[in-house]
Design a protein around this ligand. Structure first.
Ligand code: F6P
Length: 323
């Protein structure tokens, strides 16, 4: 009998549970045996497995996080860790491993594939920075959360004529910042991809007031060269000259929690279904993600360590739209 294992790895993302559920139920429907690995690659190396039946994944499609648990596993970056993971897979007669996760997790999957492990990756991270997927599981839900927060902040900002720096996630990639900034109607966005000096941000804020706005919202990605903390320190140091009142809100992990939206539930389900089809067809060593509206398979070797470029045309639009 074909035996598949499924794990979630890296930062949790809303929709991971929907992907697990689809892999389990559709795998079982295909006559496979399905086991779950607890706590990502850490559990894989330690041999922390559990058998999964249809009832074990009941009621999870609408839950954020991951019922399997997840870790950021440094051990898998080492030769010893990879060998231990490979040994576990061989000793337990696992025919295929499904890895649900983002950039680091798929780099790990690629490393295992190089060792001959039969692996399939599902693109999942709120950062949406993975090549091989126009959008990743969790990103749209995280965006909805960020935009809802920005909408609320604008209400109080306008009441007090205040400026707000809203820090969103995205260590290395500005997707969340750019999209939350545009969809939230921000006056400025500050992203890792484009360096913006504090004085330029201050000019955007002052310009908003001069154009008759009652507030100014600046969305700052956590990975920006001048992050929210740095910008706030600069504005405080020049408070008298600049003359606007500032508050800082860090959305942080709030963006990762919460139930997945309908898109993420459907998308994660479709990637889970495609993973099972790939196992059945013995097509290994690929990342599954949506490209041009269809589920596509990209070799893990091609995406490992690579980052999807940000649409800089959209970045320019964000500033024009803020007028
Ligand atoms: O999973 C991606 C992400 O949410 C990034 O946006 C963020 O920088 C990072 O994870 C935070 O990681 P951790 O939860 O390990 O602090």
């Amino acid at each position: 009998m074909t035996r598949i294992a499924v794990l979630t790895s890296g930062g949790d993302a809303p929709g991971m549970n929907a992907a697990i559920r689809a892999v389990v139920r559709l795998g079982l429907a295909r006559g496979f045996e399905v086991v779950g690995v607890r706590d990502g690659y850490t559990g894989l190396i330690a041999g922390n497995w559990l058998p999964l039946g249809p009832r074990d994944v009941g009621g999870i499609i609408g839950r954020g996080g991951t019922v399997l648990g997840t870790t950021r596993c440094n051990d898998l970056k080492t030769e010893t860790g990879q060998a231990a993971a490979e040994r576990q897979i061989r000793e337990r007669d696992i025919d295929g491993l499904v890895v649900i996760g983002g950039n680091g997790s798929q780099a790990g999957a690629a490393a295992l594939a190089r060792r001959g492990v039969r692996v399939i990756g599902l693109a999942s991270t709120i950062d949406n920075d993975l090549p091989g997927a126009d959008i990743t599981i969790g990103a749209t839900t995280a965006l909805d959360t960020a935009v809802e927060a920005i909408d609320r902040l604008r209400v109080t900002a306008a009441s007090h004529h205040r400026a707000f720096l809203v820090e969103v996630m995205g260590r290395h990639h500005g997707f969340l910042g750019l999209y939350a900034g545009i969809a939230g109607g921000a006056e400025a966005v500050v992203l890792p991809e484009v360096n913006v000096e504090p004085e330029t941000v201050a000019a955007e804020i002052l310009g908003s007031y001069q154009r008759g706005k009652s507030h100014a919202i600046v969305v700052v990605a956590e990975g920006a060269q001048h992050d929210a903390e740095g910008l706030a320190a600069y504005f405080r140091a020049h408070a008298q000259r600049l003359g606007f009142e500032l508050r800082v809100v860090r959305l942080g992990h709030l963006q990762r929690g919460g139930p997945p939206g309908v898109f993420d539930r459907m998308y994660a389900t479709s990637l889970g279904a495609a993973a099972v089809e790939h196992v059945a067809a013995q097509r290994w060593g690929v990342l599954l993600g949506q490209i041009d509206g269809k589920v596509a398979a990209t070799p893990l070797a091609a995406i490992a360590g690579a980052t999807k470029p940000l649409d800089l045309e959209l970045y320019r639009l964000a500033y024009l739209l803020a007028q």
